[in-house]
Design a protein around this ligand. Structure first.
Ligand code: C2E
Ligand code: MG
Ligand code: MG
Ligand code: MG
Length: 280
């Protein structure tokens, strides 16, 4: 996406530069798409889990599931490099279903081992969110794996809310299952405050770009403070993403931000490490 954007920005005068760049880029995109077509069959996906820490109590009871892909030739490919390809090729629908089923299996296993209060946040891509059968598919997975719906939160981005009527219908269907909904990367897009009023959401996740400079940039600090207060007034839960330092942690804790997530606490971990460090 960025590559194409770049091409448009640079215009005709720079034909030479972008042409060679394009070739390299489009063959990589093609390799990714080809690889993705085999990835589910070849068992190349896995989920890592990143702790979300209650800043008040220091407890960790929830985790964000993050997709990992290891391709035989390309090695580990980051989600930012393949999710848009998966979206455009239609592959995000089966991959997305695999993700939700994998989380259900994991929660069932953890419940069986005595951890029935664990909560997992699952990212939904825009295409997945628009999928008509999404809620039915989830309901049936919950039945198969005996999942308590309050153990699951779905993260959507502002982009998923572009068609308000459809989005409202989808959110209502999801909420009627008993799951919660959070807005991921809040503040990164062209946020409309109206959707906080319109949509029955539960959580705001402050985009990590604001956390990055919270100590050094007064504007970022002011924005974060406002988002935390806004969430408080609207009775929404608020999570700060991308906390990397003690100073950032202390700042958000002092603000009364409920939860934090970031390398300061832990990077995303495979399930066995989550079990060792956080579960009984
Ligand atoms: P996201 O949902 O906002 O996830 C947070 C990203 O920030 C993750 O990157 C996480 O590893 C990274 N992160 C966490 N703490 C820190 C920190 O302290 N500093 C920095 N610099 N980064 C931190 P990841 O796993 O590479 O995922 C990137 C994006 O790809 C996600 O952003 C999400 O939009 C998408 N994604 C990842 N997994 C899935 C998935 O299962 N489904 C869908 N639809 N999208 C996914
Ligand atoms: Mg997320
Ligand atoms: Mg995010
Ligand atoms: Mg296990």
């Amino acid at each position: 996406d960025m590559a194409l954007y770049d091409v448009k920005q640079r215009g005709r005068g720079r034909f030479q530069t972008y042409h060679s760049g394009m070739n390299k880029n489009s063959s990589r995109l093609l390799a990714i798409e080809t690889g993705l077509r085999q990835a589910l069959e070849n068992n190349e996906f896995s989920l890592f889990y990143q702790p979300q820490v209650d800043l008040n109590t220091n407890e960790t009871k929830s985790f964000e599931a993050l997709l990992r892909w290891t391709h035989e030739g390309m090695g580990s490919v980051p989600p930012t490099a393949f999710i848009s390809v998966a979206e455009e090729s239609g592959l995000m629908i089966p991959i997305g279903e695999w993700i939700i089923e994998e989380v259900c299996k994991q929660l069932a296993e953890w419940s069986l081992n005595g951890n029935s209060r664990v909560k997992v946040a699952i990212n939904l891509s825009s295409k997945q969110f628009q999928q008509y059968y999404l809620a039915d598919m989830i309901r049936s997975l919950f039945q198969t794996y005996q999942i308590q719906p309050h153990q699951i939160e779905f993260e959507i981005t502002e982009g998923a809310l572009q068609n308000p009527h459809e989005a409202m219908e989808t959110i209502r269907r999801l909420k009627s299952l008993g799951v919660s909904i959070s807005i991921d990367d809040f503040g990164k897009g062209f946020s409309s405050l109206r959707y906080l009023k319109t949509f029955p959401i539960d959580t705001l996740k402050i985009d990590q770009s604001f956390i990055k400079n919270v100590i050094t940039d007064e504007k970022d600090a002011a924005i974060i403070t406002s988002i935390v207060h806004l969430a408080e007034s609207l009775s929404l839960e608020v999570v700060a993403e991308g906390i990397e330092t003690q100073e950032q942690y202390a700042y958000l804790k002092a603000l009364n931000c409920q939860k934090g997530q970031g390398y300061f606490f832990s990077k995303p971990l495979p399930p066995d490490e989550i079990e060792q460090r956080y579960l009984k």
